[in-house]
Ligand binder design. Structure first.
Ligand code: NAP
Ligand code: ZN
Ligand code: ZN
Length: 348
């Protein structure tokens, strides 16, 4: 077994604290890489607090993981020692269902194995532990190639915030001629702005935080609307083809649906637990759709990373010492994230 240092929550009410554990030995198809940076996703906070379901504790969060390969198994073909490597939200899936065969492992009919807060259901049943740790062992099929052209720390958030926004924009073919509203300017939202602009859409940020306007424009957004300002909202009524909803807390869908034009689509990626209340009248008039999307499959994640390397797209980050993780969570909860915290694992 491989002795590993990390930060874990011991239960749903305690703060993260140093914790030592073991990872499996490197198997024939495994890659071991030392973690250099790990992004902090709002999903980490949802999960250590049991927002979605009772979690598996101790829990080591983190699914925006980048680092350098230190060991590969005998059958590994895609990686060698010294390569940069990354892992996102999944570390395994059944490989046999129709979705897995289509490269949509996130929708695996038998259940993907998540990077943490999950069980290795296709191997030994052991719990998985995430990237707030110094090293990780992952089957090579779930390890991504990371370009050395980009700032490595700022690349980490692409593994979740990046792919979660890239995938729906590609699926719905959002681009030139479309008016895209990005709802919520946080980790996911700021990546959605960058991709929306790169794909040629006319991008508006819908935000509760008036003070983020300058940042939104710097990120490339064409317009900015503070959703508490009735005058600003009135001007964008029935105007968007797509809303990409990245909000982490309960919110009023009827209000946002009124901003879609006829045939518009509201795409949920934000994941508050509370069921959305939607009146049929909010979607009947204007033939509107409400849709959802989860991260992205492994082939599309690699495509997104390659796209980012080619177009020089990374996340805007605040690099933190792991000792300050609780403070980062507090700020994230208040919507005060500019625009992704990334842990410098050297501080572990
Ligand atoms: P984040 O950085 O905290 O950003 C969320 C943003 O939502 C905030 O910055 C804020 O932006 C806005 N917001 C917060 N509370 C709000 C409220 N009550 N009403 C309206 N807007 C509000 O979080 P994140 O890491 O981007 O994650 C966002 C959500 O996506 C989380 O629920 C996360 O679990 C989920 N997620 C889903 C997937 C997936 O596969 N579908 C993947 C990753 C994450 P403003 O200040 O601009 O209003
Ligand atoms: Zn995430
Ligand atoms: Zn499957």
């Amino acid at each position: 077994m491989i002795p590993t240092k990390g930060y874990a929550a011991q239960d749903a009410t305690s703060d993260l604290a140093p914790w030592s554990f073991e990872r499996r030995e490197v198997g024939p198809h495994d890659v071991q890489f030392d973690i250099l940076y790990c992004g902090v996703c709002h999903s980490d906070l949802h999960q250590i607090r049991n927002d979605w379901f009772p979690g598996i504790f101790p829990m080591v969060p983190g699914h925006e993981i980048v680092g350098r390969v230190i060991k590969v198994g005998g059958h590994v073909k895609k990686f060698k020692v010294g390569d940069l490597a990354g892992t996102g939200c999944m570390v395994d899936s059944c490989r046999t269902c129709a979705n897995c065969k289509d490269g949509l492992e996130q929708y695996c009919a038998n259940g993907a194995v998540l990077t943490y807060n999950s069980l290795e259901k296709y191997t030994d049943g052991s719990p998985t532990y995430g990237g707030y740790s110094n090293t990780i062992v992952v089957n090579e099929d779930f390890v991504l190639h990371i370009s050395d052209k980009l700032d490595l720390a700022a690349t980490a958030p692409l593994l979740c915030a990046g792919i979660t926004t890239y995938s729906p924009l590609r699926h719905w073919k959002v681009g030139k001629g479309h008016k895209l509203a990005v709802l919520g300017l946080g980790g996911l939202g700021h990546m959605a702005v960058k991709f929306g602009v790169a794909f040629g859409a006319d991008v508006t940020v819908l935000s509760t935080s008036a003070k983020k306007e300058g940042d939104a424009k710097k990120l490339g957004a064409h317009h900015f609307v503070v959703t508490s300002d009735a005058g600003q909202v009135e001007k964008v009524k029935e105007s968007f083809d797509f809303i990409l909803d990245t909000v982490s807390a309960p919110h009023d869908f009827g209000f946002y649906l009124s901003l879609l034009k006829t045939n518009g689509t509201h795409i949920c990626v934000g994941a508050p637990l509370e069921p959305a209340k939607i009146s049929p009248f909010a979607i009947i008039g204007g033939r509107k759709s409400v849709a959802g999307s989860a991260i992205g499959g492994i082939p599309e994640t690699q495509e997104m990373l390659d796209f980012c390397a080619e177009h020089n797209i990374v996340s805007d980050i605040e690099l933190i010492d792991i000792k300050n993780i609780s403070e980062a969570y507090e700020r994230m909860e208040k919507g005060d994230v500019r625009y992704r915290f990334v842990i410098d694992i050297a501080t572990l």
